[in-house]
Write a protein that binds this ligand. Structure first.
Ligand code: SF4
Length: 460
């Protein structure tokens, strides 16, 4: 019998469920689920045996996954859920029978008491996935465990999260327990990469996003360094710095840059445009950063202000220009269909994207993310309601963006063999998801009603 199984359950498409943030991969990318990853370190630290099954990375069917679960025969399963895959997740949990279940995921973490009330087979919800409450619970510790919500004690002190300002440390996660070659990041040369957190949450509160809902904690730098050293020993060459907004706390980010520079690893990260001034961007480039993914959100200044990204066009333009000048690739992330979106604002968004010319763009359809201001429990009736025309406009914008012949020629002329392979992988992935509109409309419908759960504009 295995004491604990860390499980990312199966689903027909490449879904990302970690960090209370759900999305379906549009262009062939996939990373290690950070919640499960962080728990491997704590379980190991407490001497608790575990196995990992990432059914999404391994592309396991429901039957194959159930067979693997029964082979490892876990005493307790810690698994990820998502509002996007909620019906299938619920059916899968039912198929696991009477096994002890602790879950994480957007809906569960936004309202653990409600989630537990609707899921009588689930023992608890782990909200603070960088803490050791799960391990201590497995060892039989009773009483309040910060960040772990157990059935029947939702009102107990254990239901609270750790202090918002406190910094944190965690044991080095067991990266090699995950199927390393299955994780992909097109545009980065197919490099084998690992994922690391240097903070938790976000200090900002954009209204469509839930990342700031549990405050912001910084990870101890010496503890980050330990993990980077382990990654080097284990043969990783690239790191996904999975901070929700790199650069938000300048001194800490510069210290992380220095640690990354010493490690010799290359890396990429999400960042806010107003943090990306020349000194920080130079430090990032010098520290091996290859790609910055920037939340540009909308080409309409008023929409950005309404939803918490109160930044002028000039700030967005300067961030993209500064990153490009420093030799960093830029990903531009947009949210379409926010309340107040019109054909005019969509056109402004397309024009901004075309003017800034990021190395890639991600046009996301706005959905209700639990824990954000769009969450029905906080603001009844307030939230996006993406119609077919938003999807159609999104697809047209992709087509227009990527069929600019002059830009394509520039990209292809500068590309080597690896770049071409990356472009082919991400282009095919994107094309597949665009033509599969029916499935996408189905998932979006699940995210439309706040009661059913939230969805997925990109971070930062
Ligand atoms: S959109 Fe980015 S900056 Fe805004 S709250 Fe979310 S993670 Fe933070």
């Amino acid at each position: 019998m295995t004491p604990v199984l860390l499980l990312n359950p199966p689903w027909p498409a490449s879904i990302l469920r970690d960090y209370w943030c759900s999305s379906v991969a549009k262009a062939g990318y996939l990373w290690q689920p950070i919640d499960l990853l962080a728990q491997t370190g704590w379980l190991d630290h407490h001497g608790i045996g575990f196995q990992v099954i990432d059914a999404i990375a391994e592309r396991l069917s429901v039957e194959e996954c159930l067979r693997r679960v029964s082979e490892c025969d876990p005493a307790l399963v810690y698994l990820l859920t998502s509002p996007l895959s909620a019906p299938e997740d619920d059916a899968f949990m039912a198929a696991l029978g009477t096994r002890r279940l602790i879950v994480s995921g957007e809906a569960a973490c936004a309202d653990p008491a409600a989630y537990l009330a609707g899921h009588p087979g689930v023992e608890g919800v782990l909200k603070d996935f960088v803490g050791d409450a799960l391990a201590r619970h497995v060892l039989g510790e009773r009483g309040a465990l910060p960040g772990l919500f157990l059935r029947g004690d939702a009102a107990a002190p254990g239901a609270s999260m750790p202090r918002r300002q406190a910094s944190f440390r965690m044991p080095v996660p067991r990266h090699l327990a995950f199927p390393g070659d299955a994780y992909r990041m097109p545009l980065l040369g197919g490099v084998r990469f690992a994922t690391v957190m240097t903070d938790f949450g976000c200090p900002y509160r954009c209204r469509f996003c839930n990342s700031g809902a549990s405050g912001h904690r910084l990870r101890d730098i010496a503890n980050v360094v330990q993990e980077l050293e382990a990654m080097q020993r284990w043969g990783f060459r690239h790191v996904f710095v999975k901070d929700m907004s790199f650069g938000a706390v300048r001194g800490h980010s510069l210290a992380v840059c220095a640690a990354l520079q010493r490690s010799g690893l290359t890396w990429h990260a999400y960042a806010r445009a107003d943090c990306l001034d020349p000194p920080l961007v130079r430090a990032m480039a010098g520290a091996g950063c290859r790609l910055v993914q920037i939340g540009l959100e909308s080409g309409d200044r008023d929409l950005r202000r309404t939803y918490g990204k109160n930044l002028d066009d000039a700030v967005l333009e300067s961030a993209v220009r500064t990153c490009k000048a420093a030799g960093l690739k830029v990903g531009g992330h947009f949210v379409l269909g926010l309340p107040g979106e019109t054909p005019t604002t969509l056109l402004r968004t397309y024009r901004l994207a075309a003017r800034l010319r990021p190395d890639y763009v991600s046009f996301n359809v706005a959905t209700v993310r639990q824990g954000s201001d769009f969450d029905g429990a906080r603001s009844p009736g307030f939230g996006p309601d993406p119609e077919r025309w938003t999807l159609a406009a999104r697809n047209l914008m992709y087509l227009a963006y990527y069929s600019d012949v002059r830009w394509l020629w520039q990209v292809l002329r500068g590309a080597d063999g690896k770049d071409l392979r990356d472009l082919a992988v991400s282009g095919t992935g994107l094309w597949r998801s665009l033509v599969n509109g029916r499935a996408e409309r189905g998932w979006l419908r699940r995210l439309r009603a706040p009661a059913a759960g939230p969805g997925a504009p990109r971070k930062s």
